[in-house]
Ligand binder design. Structure first.
Ligand SMILES: [Zn+2]
Length: 100
């Protein structure tokens, strides 16, 4: 038994059975629409969500032109921000663990 290199998928737009290489950008041979538009969309959404989750903790910006003392204080504030984020994550984990 060997897995087939290609399979066919019914086009969600016109119902035509098209050759499908299991790629999200495979298109229908008859109408040219995406054969798997739902999965393609959800992958885009996941990408967007991942990008939006990153600046969740707004870290203070430390500029190279900042003075020595200013940078020192900013490092302390940033450390506090990171500790606070870690504490929040821990609280969320704790709540989840207790609820389950
Ligand atoms: Zn089609």
């Amino acid at each position: 038994m060997s897995a087939p290199l290609s399979s066919s998928k019914k086009c969600p737009h016109c119902g035509f059975w098209s050759e499908w290489r299991q790629q999200v950008d495979d298109r229908c041979e008859r109408c040219g629409q995406l054969l798997d538009p739902v999965r393609s969309r959800s992958e885009h959404t996941r990408e967007k969500e991942a990008k939006e989750a990153l600046p969740g903790v707004m870290l203070i910006e430390i500029k190279p032109e900042d003075g020595k003392m200013l940078r020192f204080f900013k490092y302390i504030i940033r450390g506090g921000q990171l500790a606070f984020a870690a504490l929040l994550a821990f609280m969320l984990w704790l709540l989840t663990a207790l609820a389950g």
